[in-house]
Design a binder for this molecule. Sequence first.
Ligand code: C2O
Ligand code: CU
Length: 498
Amino acid sequence: MERLSRRALLAGGLGLGAVALTACTTKGVPGPGAAPVGPAGAATPSPGQDVEEKSLVARPTTLDLGGPKVATWAYGDTVPGPLIRAKAGDFLRLTLDNQLPADTSIHWHGIRLHNAADGVPGMTQDPVKPGAKFVYEFTAPDPGTYFFHPHVGVQLDRGLYAPLIIDDPRELDGYDAEWVVVLDDWVDGTGRTPDDVLKELTAAGGAASASSNGGISGMGGMDHGAMGSSTGAQPWGDAGDVTYPYFLLNGKVPAAPDTFAAKPGQKVRLRIINAASDTIFTVALGGHRMTITHTDGHPVVPQDVDAFYIGMGERYDAVVTLGDGVFPLVARPFSKTSGGQALGLIRTGAGSAPAVDVSPAELGGQVLIGSRLKPATSAKLATKNPDATAQLSLEGSMQPYQWGINGAPFGKNTPLTLRAGQRLRINVMNMTMMTHPLHLHGHTFALPSGLRKDTVLLGPMEQLPIDLDADNAGKWAVHCHNIYHAEAGMMIGLNYVS
Ligand code: C2O
Ligand code: CU
């Protein structure tokens, strides 16, 4: 079978389903990955640079989630929205056409781009008004699995998200097929919108739409059964505020699961993205162990796992050699007693689909905490002592529903500062009894192990020093990727000063 060229891959209108990359099987996990191609790129393409252009129409639409029909907002009338794909070093010209009845923007989550393209109204651009367009132009310097979403209010919890894949052409030989998997928690159009949910949380101190674990948490050190005492199986304690009617895998409920067709023995690369607003998932593939190869775009020392946790905004790539049959890919919400899960299927042979509540044994096996992965050598920062340090405390409570960083909500807190060329160490302290996925714009950071991430889960009261190199001037956001926490104030600026 003929190998698909990169151009064919890009032009072929291939969505989220099976992408046959090549039929010539090269065994072995994807390679060590590319070192960053260069600094965050300029706002115009340089001669010889490939340009990828796409227009994204954001508008109200009605979607079929595989049974439930919901009125929502989406890109291109699908959820997830259309896949954007380019190769490392390409120039992207992406036009947002705002046909929503609200201001919006797009943030290219995890991409190390120049500040003006980062999509944060109030920090890097003005909001894109209804009826207006905005052109995002940037070089995507680093390969990896990314996604994009608005950076306005709680619009992420609508259908406004889509995967963004930056290929490393050198890695395409390491696997036979690829499945992009986007996870989500879904409420929009089921009788309330995400804005309603935020109002309920704020008005009722987190109780009205909170799940049964959504009691009081925060700096008061309130008693919480799931916290502290239990270990291993319950690392994240209280992990979400909102009760969701549905959990989606590639936009579908478990009754109509997205199905990936492949052949037994094929090596498939899973690119798993958590686009949920309030849900940490445990992910397992029935009948298989997975080899984790990358997180947040960065290569890791390949790690075999039964299952892994994925926080909001995180991405994990895994390779799996497929057995013969029908296998459930399950994403089980962590610490949500309302039940339910997201489900997809890998079908390589005969067999009937598993039940919607299928519970693969792997979920109870060795579950990886992603921050314990070891970095691939190519992903490490150069050895260097920090030139400066900053403190970042995550604070807040469910009752009242108030979240902040360093003593105040965003807008009232003082931005962190750094100078170009510095290695900055940020001592992150989670001063609450909830788990928060902390996300940094415009850069990636290294954990003490050297692992590179742009989004990391911090368990209750956890402390974690993260190091970053100040190589991308601008005003950047650092925030919790629980979108309700972020919108309630759990965000702070990171500003370059001279
Ligand atoms: Cu996906 Cu500021 O975040
Ligand atoms: Cu949070």
